[in-house]
Design a protein around this ligand. Structure first.
Ligand code: HEM
Ligand code: HEM
Length: 185
């Protein structure tokens, strides 16, 4: 029997590229946060420098992934009808927009942090330390980068909890539409 239009819409999933970019972003953000938190525990030396180099390279990678995601969403990416109605629809939209904004700002302040510290990345490249990088500027940029990283993890945690509540509490298809697997549509 042919499915109704609403069932067909309900069963649509995001396209593969959107799903790939979403989970890449999630994995990279959690790894970057954990790495960022751990670097300070190690004594100054080559190992700590190496960890910082990895953090910076993964940070640049997540920046590229986010730009690709935004470009794809604005062009070919599949958009699905909202998962919630009424006020919750706006909460979800605000959270998604907020996550994009936080991601872009965290990467920008991360680059700023590496720049004002004149960080060296694996002997390949050294950020040229600018003349305006006074103690106060360096401190502020570092604090803002760290705080943004913490806020992303908190907002993403609430966002993940909402997705899991849809799946296990409301038993709808919201989480499934962002999962890899058999494509419907
Ligand atoms: C750091 C981790 C994460 C970040 C930064 C993140 C970010 C985002 C963003 C920005 C969107 C909006 C996509 C769009 O419409 O353009 C989204 C959608 C979604 N995310 Fe995440 N996410 C993360 C982790 C998770 C986790 C762990 C889950 C599942 C447990 C999850 C499940 C979903 C689902 C189901 C959607 C689609 C919601 C809908 O169709 O309305 N996300 N995510
Ligand atoms: C979403 C992406 C990112 C997240 C979640 C993140 C998270 C963090 C966190 C939690 C810290 C520790 C904060 C503190 O103790 O003050 C940190 C440190 C740092 N991050 Fe990021 N970061 C990201 C991207 C970047 C990027 C793109 C760069 C540079 C290109 C960068 C450069 C740095 C630097 C230089 C430090 C200082 C490490 C140290 O010497 O202790 N981050 N990051």
């Amino acid at each position: 029997m042919a499915s109704t239009a609403s069932t067909a819409t309900h069963e649509l999933t995001y396209d593969r590229f959107t799903i790939l970019l979403h989970w890449l972003t999630a994995i990279l953000v959690v790894t970057l946060w954990a790495l960022g938190q751990s670097i300070g525990f190690f004594p100054e030396g080559p190992f700590r420098k190496g960890l910082l180099g990895v953090h910076i390279l993964l940070g640049i990678m997540v920046g590229a992934v986010i730009l690709a995601r935004i470009g794809w969403r604005l062009s070919h990416g599949r958009r699905l009808p909202p998962a919630d109605q009424g006020a919750l629809e706006w909460v979800a939209k605000g959270a998604h927009l907020g996550l994009y904004l936080l991601l872009v700002l965290t990467v920008a302040f991360g680059l700023g942090r590496a720049w004002v510290h004149g960080v060296e990345v694996f002997h390949w490249f050294t950020f040229p330390r600018p003349a305006f990088a006074t103690r106060a500027v360096t401190h502020t940029i570092s604090e803002v980068h760290g705080d943004l990283g913490d806020i992303i993890v908190i907002v993403a945690g609430l966002h993940a909890a909402a997705a899991l509540f849809h799946h296990y509490g409301m038993r709808d298809s919201v989480l499934r539409r962002m999962l890899p697997g058999k494509r419907r549509g």
